[in-house]
Design a protein around this ligand. Structure first.
Ligand code: BDR
Ligand code: CA
Length: 316
C-alpha cells in the first residue's frame, strides 16, 4: 500500500484527484492537508471537509497556509474564473461543514505523520508548495524520512498558464517551490508538459457520470464551470492536472522522465518559472552547485492515464 498525504487546494481538478486517491485499492490516504491557491485557505479547507463528508473519506483534514512563505509577497487574486467563486465550480456547498479539523496546522501534521512512518510517506502536493516548505523549515530532517514527493506544478518545455513562463502552483509561491525543489528528498515534478495534454471531454465525463455513483455525478457537476473556462485551450473538456500527479503514485511507467536539479525563478518578469539542469545545457557555477537531482516528467501516455482515472473513479 502507498501511504499518501494529499496536500491540496480544492479546486475542481483537486477534487477529482482526491476521489482517485480515495478509491484506488493500492493507496492508503492517511491525511489531507489544505493550502490557499484556487481559493482562500478557509474556502479550500471547507471544500476538503465537504468532499470528505460527501464521499465518506476517513482521512483527517489539517488546515494549512493562508499566505506565501515570504510575507513580503503581494497577495494574488483567487482564480474564481477557473474554479468558481467557491472553488468547486459554483455548485451548492454549505458555508460551514460540521466536521472536526485535525488540531494541528498542516505542516505540523506532515512532520508528525512522516516521523511516525519513516521511509513510507508519499507526499502528493497539488497546490502552492507552502505547507511543504514550512514543514522543511521547521524540521529539515523529514527530507530523509519521506519516501518521495510527487507534485503537480511547473512547466519546462511548454509555456506557463498564468504567465508566459510560469504555472499557477509555482507562480503562487515561488520561494516555497524553490525550497521544495532544492531539498535533499526525491521530488517528482508532474508539470504542464504532461498535464496540459491529458484531458477529459465533457461528454466523457458525462458518460462516467451516467455509470457512476453520487460522487462521480458530483464531480461531473462541479467540473462544468471549469470546462467552460477551458474553452480557449481544450475542445469542450478539461485538463486533469492534479489527477496526473496522483496517477504517478501507482503507475509511474505511464510517464517518461528526465533527471536534473530544478530551480524556481523568484521575482522579476520570469517570476515562478521552473528550470531543470538537463540536456547538456550550460549552467554557470554558483546557484546550481551541489543540488539534488529531481525527476521531471516530459512525456505521458495520456489515454492510459485517463482510462486509469476513469476505472478508479468508477470503483464504488
Ligand atoms: C494547477 O493550478 C490549479 O488551478 C489546479 O488545481 C492545478 O493544481 C494547474 O496549473
Ligand atoms: Ca490544485
Amino acid at each position: 500500500m502507498h501511504k499518501v498525504i494529499y496536500d491540496t487546494d480544492p479546486g475542481v481538478d483537486d477534487a477529482m484527484a482526491l476521489l482517485f486517491l480515495h478509491r484506488h485499492p493500492e493507496i492508503d490516504l492517511i491525511g489531507i492537508t489544505t493550502v490557499f491557491g484556487n481559493a482562500s485557505v478557509e474556502t479550500t479547507t471547507r471544500n476538503a471537509l465537504f468532499l470528505k463528508r460527501e464521499w465518506d473519506i476517513a482521512a483527517p483534514v489539517a488546515k494549512g497556509a493562508s499566505v506565501t512563505i515570504d510575507p513580503e509577497r503581494a497577495e494574488r487574486e483567487w482564480p474564481a474564473m477557473v474554479h468558481g467563486h467557491n472553488g468547486l465550480g459554483n455548485i451548492d456547498v454549505p458555508e460551514a461543514i460540521d466536521l472536526p479539523l485535525d488540531p494541528r496546522p498542516a505542516h505540523r501534521f506532515i512532520i508528525d505523520t512522516v516521523r511516525a512512518n519513516p521511509g513510507e510517506i508519499r507526499l502528493v502536493a497539488v497546490g502552492r508548495m507552502t505547507n511543504l516548505a514550512l514543514a522543511l523549515k521547521e524540521d529539515p530532517e523529514i527530507a530523509t524520512l519521506v519516501k518521495d514527493v510527487v507534485i503537480m506544478g511547473g512547466n519546462f518545455y511548454v509555456p506557463g498558464n498564468v504567465s508566459p513562463v510560469a504555472e499557477a502552483n509555482i507562480h503562487g509561491d515561488p520561494e516555497a517551490a524553490d525550497i521544495v525543489m532544492t531539498a535533499p528528498w526525491k521530488v517528482v515534478v508532474i508539470g504542464l508538459d504532461v498535464t496540459s495534454i491529458t484531458t477529459m471531454s465533457r461528454s466523457y465525463l458525462g458518460e462516467m457520470s451516467a455509470k457512476g455513483d453520487k460522487a462521480v455525478k458530483q464531480l461531473d457537476a462541479l467540473s462544468q464551470h471549469y470546462i467552460d473556462f477551458y474553452a480557449h485551450a481544450v475542445e469542450d473538456g478539461m485538463m486533469v492536472h492534479d489527477s496526473c500527479a496522483s496517477v504517478y503514485v501507482v503507475a509511474p511507467e505511464l510517464f517518461t522522465t528526465i533527471t536534473g536539479a530544478v530551480r524556481v525563478v523568484c521575482g522579476g518578469i520570469a517570476d515562478g518559472q521552473t528550470v531543470v539542469k538537463a540536456d547538456g545545457r550550460r549552467f554557470p557555477p554558483g546557484d546550481w552547485d551541489g543540488l539534488p537531482s529531481q525527476v521531471v516528467a516530459t512525456g505521458i501516455e495520456s489515454e492510459k492515464v485517463v482510462d486509469l482515472i476513469r476505472g478508479t473513479l468508477l470503483r464504488a
